[in-house]
Design a protein around this ligand. Structure first.
Ligand code: GUN
Ligand code: ZN
Length: 456
């Protein structure tokens, strides 16, 4: 048995385990440096007992689920795939991203409200065409997989066809996806608005068709408070109340002009977040993007509700929205998950997103460890989405959404990798210096859905 190819030792002892055998079951064993989390790492602690590090181990996958991990090679009934010397992680979870916006990512020169009018709404209008939406959804889901993201909370457009297309594309790829038609009945161009009655009919039809089917869940998706009337917010809240297994997905307190506008539109609410709370949209399955301009009372309300804040650092830097106060939310015990927020975010790469999160915290005088960052893109996001039993870790029984990464590509990352003296140093350098070009293979429920085309 070869020794681990790096100097760091496992944080936990390896327990060889041979799972029970089922005749005819598809059995795959992947060899590599396995890294995942057993719990939430403490804030700002590079030495963490929550990190489960099993270098040069075998990850056993049976019928699309994690069956176990062992140090010794499994028997001949297992198909062995040797990725020794590579990093093996649970697939990333992107907690907030926009499917149609890969067409206008990296658009120049605007803050949020101008950016929506100038670039975003025109791009989303094109998804009224079902063929265009279907092609876009396929491109988008393939792109997620090519970046090592196997699960996501996604906004399509206001059009029912774009939601159908997105769910169908995720279903065809076996992905875990949370999504829903975007609700907007005002302050947007004709062609991008619905009305309360039609929106409710569309939502009910889509929920019936997709919610709980395979690995898909429906999210009642208010784009943000300015583009929904109070009546539409109330309708959205009623849907959530009727079925607590539904998610809610929206934006909150991203930009100062936006926050001022919401205060004008909803003078009765104590805060922007309170607009959603009053409508019944702040609950255990709520996903709220950004949350930069929240106060202590909002932080407490978020924590108490069990909702998750989808932190979108790349987007926040790109649009100049502000610096998210992660420590305040962490101190209050609110859940934070990582989000690319493409197309305001400038990459679907979770490593780039995490590196941007580190830089945002650095600007606030805080240090984000590789562990807190990675946890928020894997097990932490899964837990926040009430999906911890399914995704985000290598716990036996979880669905085998697994990605294999090169530790380093190119002379500078390779040199840095060689010189790393601790596991945290090594993983932190990987997180800052790598991107989707490091991805070798992405499996969804055990099935390889992306493989890098390396020259022979
Ligand atoms: N707020 C409302 N819509 C959007 C959007 O599409 N992107 C971002 N970043 N913020 C929003
Ligand atoms: Zn967004």
């Amino acid at each position: 048995m070869p020794q681990p190819s790096n100097p760091m030792q496992p944080a936990t002892a390896a327990t060889p385990s041979t799972p029970s055998k089922q005749p005819g079951a598809a059995r795959i064993a992947i060899r590599g440096d396995l890294l995942d989390f057993t719990a939430a790492p403490a804030w700002a602690e590079p030495e963490s007992t929550a990190v489960r590090w099993r270098p040069d181990h075998w990850l056993l996958i049976e019928d699309g689920r994690i069956a176990g991990v062992q140090a010794l090679p499994p028997g001949p009934e297992w198909q062995r795939i040797d990725h020794r010397g590579r990093l093996v992680l649970p697939g990333f979870i992107d907690a907030h991203v926009h499917c149609p916006q890969i067409d206008m990512i990296a658009s120049y020169g605007a803050e949020l409200l101008d950016w929506l009018q100038t670039y975003t709404f025109p791009a989303e209008l094109r998804h009224a065409d079902p063929d265009f939406a279907a092609a876009g959804a396929k491109r988008f889901t393939d792109a997620l997989l090519a970046h090592g993201t196997t699960a996501a909370v996604v906004m399509p457009t206001v059009h029912k066809a774009s939601t159908d297309a997105l769910f169908a594309a995720a279903q065809a790829r076996g992905m875990r996806l949370v999504a829903g038609k975007v609700l907007m009945d005002r302050h947007a161009p004709a062609g991008l608005t619905d009305d309360v009655e039609q929106a409710e009919r569309d939502c009910r039809e889509l929920i019936e068709r997709w919610h709980g089917r395979d690995r898909l869940s429906y999210a009642v998706t208010v784009r943000f408070a300015p583009t929904s009337s109070p009546a539409q917010l109330a309708m959205a809240g009623t849907l959530c109340k009727e079925d607590p297994t539904l998610y809610a997905h929206t934006h909150v307190a991203e930009n100062r002009d936006e926050v001022r506008w919401v205060a004008e539109l909803y003078p009765e609410a104590r805060s922007y977040l309170d607009v959603y709370a009053r409508a019944g949209l702040l609950h255990r399955r709520s996903v709220l993007a950004h949350g930069i301009w929240l106060d202590a009372e909002d932080h407490a309300a978020l924590a108490d509700s069990g909702a998750v804040l989808a932190h979108s650092p790349s987007s926040n830097l790109f649009l100049g929205s502000g610096l998210f106060d992660w420590t305040a939310l962490a101190a209050r015990g609110a859940a934070v998950a990582m989000a690319s927020d493409v197309g305001a975010g400038t990459s679907l790469s979770m490593q780039r997103t995490l590196a941007d999160a580190y830089k945002v915290q650095a600007l606030r005088g805080q240090r984000l460890t590789a562990w807190s960052a990675l946890y928020a893109a894997t097990r932490g996001a899964a837990r926040a989405l009430a999906l911890e039993d399914e995704i985000g870790s290598f716990d036996p029984g979880c669905t085998a959404d697994v990605c294999v990464w090169d530790w380093a590509r190119g002379s500078v990352p390779e040199r840095r990798d060689e010189l790393a003296r601790s596991l945290h140093e090594r993983v932190f350098a990987w997180l800052v210096l790598s991107d989707e070009r490091n991805l070798v293979s992405a499996r969804v429920a055990g099935v390889e859905r992306f493989r890098r085309n390396d020259p022979p």
